[in-house]
Write a protein that binds this ligand. Structure first.
Ligand SMILES: O=C(CO)COP(=O)(O)O
Length: 241
């Protein structure tokens, strides 16, 4: 059975105080959320502890945005699996295009981070997707095939979420057409050995397009950036029809 997973990626937004303020608005609107939808808030490291305390193991899960592959050591600025687990974290985003683009993340380090997440019992959300240039050159399928084949070496697919995030659709308002996202996600599914992996779409998901996206048969959820910062908007996304 494929689980529906709707995750907010707050990126480098919200102080601890702002995260708690968000929860106040968000929780009030979540009472009617269908039980079978997994809802995750992927917050900055500094807000994880406060979020976990307020959510104490309820319907909404806490996620991080990165994890180092070693358990400890001389890795200035990094964070380990043990540190995340201690804070009540359940999910972790790995290989987001912003980390690949700005922080030198490679398929090899993405694979190592995925392995570390699984070793610590965290569910990784692996992000894959093509640039505009690659799409225009007709390379979408090849790029994604290569990312998956390298990122997923020795990864247990029964504890994994994949997010298809076309880079040209991130933060641009230029959402990938729902049918096209469905097509690419279908291709991603063909490359996975476990048919039950949840595959999300990410890239300019908004309250106004979530219903269309979630109506697609291959799409099992969404990874939401900007629109997850607003409690009412994100509640509307979680409560898609
Ligand atoms: O990068 C994203 C989620 O990880 C998508 O961001 P936006 O929803 O702001 O386009």
């Amino acid at each position: 059975m494929r689980t529906i997973v709707i995750a907010g990626n707050w990126k480098m937004n919200k102080t601890q105080a702002e995260a708690l303020e968000f929860l106040k608005g968000f929780m009030g609107q979540m009472e009617t959320a269908p039980d079978e939808r997994e809802v995750v808030l992927c917050a900055p490291f500094t807000a994880l502890s406060a979020l976990s305390k307020h959510l104490h193991g309820g319907l909404i899960k806490v996620g991080a945005q990165n994890i180092h592959w070693e358990d400890s050591g001389a890795f200035t600025g990094e964070i380990s699996g043990d540190m995340l687990v201690e804070l009540g974290v359940r999910y972790v985003i790995v290989g987001h295009s912003e980390r690949r683009q700005y922080f030198g993340e490679t398929d090899e380090t993405v694979n190592q981070r995925l392995q570390a997440a699984q070793r610590h019992g965290l569910k990784p959300i692996l992000c894959v997707g093509e640039t505009k240039q690659q799409r225009d050159a007709g390379e979408t399928e090849a790029v994604i095939r290569q990312q998956l084949s390298r990122d997923l070496v020795d990864i247990d697919q029964s504890n994994l979420v994949v997010a298809y995030e076309p880079i040209w659709a991130i933060g641009t308002g230029d959402t990938c057409e729902a049918k096209e996202a469905n097509r690419v996600i279908g291709l991603i599914r063909q490359q996975l050995s476990d048919p039950n992996v949840s595959i999300q779409y990410g890239g300019s998901v908004k309250p106004g397009n979530i219903d269309d996206i979630m109506a697609q048969p291959e799409i099992d959820g969404a990874l939401v950036g900007g629109a997850s910062l607003d409690p009412e908007g994100f509640a509307r996304i979680v409560n898609y029809q």
